[in-house]
Design a protein around this ligand. Structure first.
Ligand SMILES: Nc1ncnc2c1ncn2[C@@H]1O[C@H](COP(=O)(O)OP(=O)(O)O)[C@@H](O)[C@H]1O
Ligand code: SF4
Ligand SMILES: [Mg+2]
Length: 385
């Protein structure tokens, strides 16, 4: 009989904020062609909130800052300004053993299950690797071996897989090893950066179901990054939509998908595949033209204005303030308060994004915020007057 290491169950009744970012800005120094350097603003005043036991989807086109935000949340990048709070603590203020203990609580699942696993290590060694840094977690060889077996079982692999090498597994199985490794330190949050993008469609569903099951079983919370909106709709409770280093819209998944407040979200959603045929027929496809501008030189005013089909002069001059939609009444159809409702009934607030700050612990998640000057009509177009 193996030594049993009991898995923690901490599905919290309290679903208050676990992790939050407020006004997080991150710039990088990039070399110019000639001498000198420029500052690239990868994140520009990002507000974000992850509640306990929740899956927060993070969507947006390539280069909008999703991975940079993930790295900040994992403490791998220090923001230039703004604040991260984890369980009420600023983790960047921690040092030594306290910092190490914090790092345990947030783990990562990477996009590429081929590149992210060391080909010279067995599955057991890969899963056990985090314990080399965090030695006190599994101090004895017997405990480590038992826990590896438990973790293999938890992610749907067999005990006999422990001594096999990554190249002996399929892509989906490799991602299961990556998930087991992320679970080894018993984290409260797992940041998944495009976790199924490299997998075949049929395998994607299996890995997504595994992540969902683990959330139920372990009470873990996810930040789930994906450019694939159908995947995010499937797994996320709430969604943050990023454009060029800013969160332009966030709220409950259904609300953001069904009645976006921002033309960028409306365009993204209109292009997303939908399982609902009737909805698919009625939804007008909004084509996004042009390239995403360089974060080295973002547009003035509304940063979406160079691609927004509805931009007017004011959009170049003034940065839009957040508008807040009323939450969709439970049981209401997709129209909810109506697409003319959100911004029309919404509350204009300062462009600092301060209203996007986390709700008080335990508060219901009623926020749905978008940063456009104008309310959208039923077709997703802003009403300019
Ligand atoms: N270490 C870095 N040095 C310079 N620029 C970076 C660095 N990391 C990211 N960037 C830039 O920051 C922007 C956001 O990148 P990233 O967060 O990877 O976006 P995403 O994950 O949404 O594709 C991009 O313009 C990218 O080139
Ligand atoms: S403020 Fe609204 S209408 Fe103006 S460019 Fe931005 S998204 Fe488009
Ligand atoms: Mg990325």
């Amino acid at each position: 009989m193996s030594e049993t290491v009991t898995l923690p169950r901490r599905w919290a009744a309290d679903r208050g904020p676990l992790l939050s970012a407020t006004g997080v800005t991150k710039t990088f120094r990039v070399a110019r062609n000639n001498a000198g350097h420029n500052r690239l603003t990868a994140l520009d005043g990002v507000d974000l909130q992850l509640n306990r036991g929740e899956t927060l989807g993070l969507v947006g086109e390539s280069g909008c800052g999703k991975s940079t935000l993930a790295r900040v949340l994992l403490l791998l990048e220090r923001p230039d300004s703004g604040e991260i709070r984890f369980d009420g603590v600023d983790p960047f203020a921690l040092k030594g053993r306290e910092l190490l203990a914090w790092r345990r609580r947030v783990q990562m699942v990477f996009q590429d299950p081929y590149a992210s696993l060391n080909a010279r290590m067995t599955a057991a060694d890969i899963i056990a690797e985090p314990w080399r840094t965090h030695r006190d977690v599994m101090p004895t060889a017997a405990a480590r071996a038992a826990r590896v077996r438990e973790l293999l079982d938890l992610v749907g692999l067999r005990e006999g897989d422990a001594e096999r090498y990554p190249q002996e597994f399929s892509g989906g199985q490799r991602q299961r090893i990556g998930i087991a490794r992320a679970l080894a330190l018993d984290p409260e949050i797992i940041v998944c950066d495009e976790p199924v993008s490299a997998l075949d469609l049929s395998v994607q569903a299996q890995v997504l179901n595994l992540l969902t099951d683990l959330r139920q079983q372990l009470g873990v919370s996810y930040v789930f990054i994906s450019h694939d909106l159908s995947v995010v709709r499937h797994v996320a409770d709430r969604v943050s939509v990023m454009y060029l280093g800013k969160v332009v819209e966030q709220g409950p998944t259904e609300d953001v998908f069904d009645r976006p407040l921002h033309p960028y979200t409306a365009a993204l959603m209109s292009a997303a595949p939908t399982l609902d045929r009737a909805e698919g027929r009625s939804r007008r496809r909004i084509l996004l033209e042009g390239e995403v501008p360089s974060p080295l030189n973002p547009p003035s005013g509304c940063r979406f204005r160079t691609r927004c089909p509805y931009a007017v002069a004011r959009c170049a001059e003034v940065e839009p303030a957040a508008v807040t939609a009323e939450p969709k009444p439970s049981g209401a159809g997709a129209s909810g308060t109506g697409s003319s409702g959100p911004a029309a009934a919404g509350t204009a607030t300062p462009a600092t994004g301060s209203t996007a700050a986390p709700a008080a612990a335990g508060a219901p998640h009623v926020e749905h915020l978008g940063l456009c000057h104008f309310p959208l009509d039923a077709s997703g177009a802003p009403m300019h007057s």
